[in-house]
Design a protein around this ligand. Structure first.
Ligand code: FE2
Length: 370
């Protein structure tokens, strides 16, 4: 199996890791723009910790806290303008996937003032992005260790781009920031991590390292899901939060090498048009994804079950139990309208076999047909 592995981010995790990493943070520059959502970075204590370190180090900072779920390109452009005006040397993203992806995008835009959407997505940038520091406050995205940003463009589509210069220079993950997350959010982000691991394992781009990460992520999550079902999603200990977070990093490392597959591509539709949270929107397609792979790559599927140490029945049960319900109805007209999205899609091309667009239509009909 061929190998291609590159992940240059310094990753530091554990309780108090932001305050303990002052020496690494001061290397990034003298001024920075901090990117967050409206509430969570403040509520979980991460913003306070970051600001304390910056204050003590004499690093000038401003905060842009208008990143919503599914970050918009228009907001990233606004924040990049702020970064330029203040002369930011680097960007700090604090949050889950949305602020972290936005921070990566803003770092590109701030280094290249006046850039259009077309130039951004063409990856033909005159200058290297500003350095990014990522502070993870959820256990799901894995964005801390990837070169990818998923941004919602003005046409309402979630559109990803990636470049080797987009890796965060420094990623910090303190599980205590996740203690206050609501139960449904914890669950949805956890199944996002599960989707990353499963989709990555079955990618044509997978290699021995990415599969090792995917398998380890699934093993950790399978254990946690069983435990959490009994205790309840609102009663997760700090130690268990750490395990969820580690699993999300394994998932991030895995998809960084391979990209995602059709559950993510199809999940974007549910998020854009029905407001289903990202993790849930992807996870509802995982059983279909497994059955598809069983059909087109049966030997790989057997090997997968052996590596994760699960029977097929147990594995499907884990997915089913972990995935929140997704109560929507999709009409034939909507299925027809979505059809073009599946044609020539880059993530779908990474699936084994020939995943025809009609197959995606059939999956939508089976799961959500009126
Ligand atoms: Fe995801």
């Amino acid at each position: 199996m061929n190998m291609n592995w590159y992940m240059p981010t310094r990753l530091i995790t554990g309780l108090g890791c932001v305050k303990d990493s002052a020496k690494e943070i001061v290397k990034l520059g003298k001024s920075c723009l901090i990117i967050t959502g409206k509430h969570s970075a403040k509520a979980c204590g991460a913003l306070d910790d970051v600001e304390t370190v910056l204050e003590n180090a004499g690093i000038f900072r401003e905060v842009y806290d208008c990143i919503g779920q599914n970050p918009r390109l228009t907001d990233c452009m606004e924040a990049a303008g702020q970064a330029c005006r203040m002369g930011a040397d680097f960007i700090i993203g604090i949050g889950g996937g949305s602020p972290l992806d936005a921070a990566k995008c803003i770092a590109v835009l701030a280094a290249n003032p006046g850039m259009t959407q077309e130039t951004l997505y063409s990856l033909q940038w005159a200058k290297r992005p500003l350095p990014v520091m990522a502070v993870g406050t959820t256990a799901g995205t894995g964005s801390e260790v990837t070169k990818v940003a998923v941004i919602t463009t003005p046409d309402g589509r979630k559109t990803s781009f990636n470049h080797e210069t987009m890796y965060p220079v420094l990623a910090l993950g303190d599980p205590s920031y996740m203690q206050s997350l609501p139960a449904d959010f914890t669950r949805s982000t956890a199944v996002d991590a599960l989707a990353h691991c499963i989709e990555s394992y079955f990618s044509r781009m997978a290699n021995v390292f990415s599969r090792a990460c995917a398998v380890q992520g699934i093993r950790l999550l399978a254990g946690q899901f069983g435990k959490t079902e009994k205790a309840g999603w609102e009663n997760i200990s700090l130690l268990d939060r750490e395990v969820f977070y580690n699993a999300s990093i394994y998932g991030g490392l895995a998809i960084n090498a391979t990209g995602t597959a059709f559950p993510h591509t199809m999940g974007y539709l549910l998020t854009e048009q029905y407001g289903i949270s990202h993790g849930t929107a992807c996870a509802v397609f995982l059983q279909e994804f497994y059955q598809y792979n069983k059909e087109v790559v049966p030997e790989l599927t057997e090997r997968f079950l052996g590596e994760i140490g699960c029977s097929e029945g147990r594995f499907l049960q884990i997915i089913q139990n972990a995935t929140p319900s997704c109560d929507i109805a999709i009409s034939e007209k909507q299925i027809a309208e979505a059809h073009g999205r599946w044609i020539g899609n880059g993530s779908i091309k990474k699936c084994w076999g020939e995943f025809a667009p009609e197959r995606a239509d059939g999956i939508l009909r089976r799961l959500f047909g009126e």
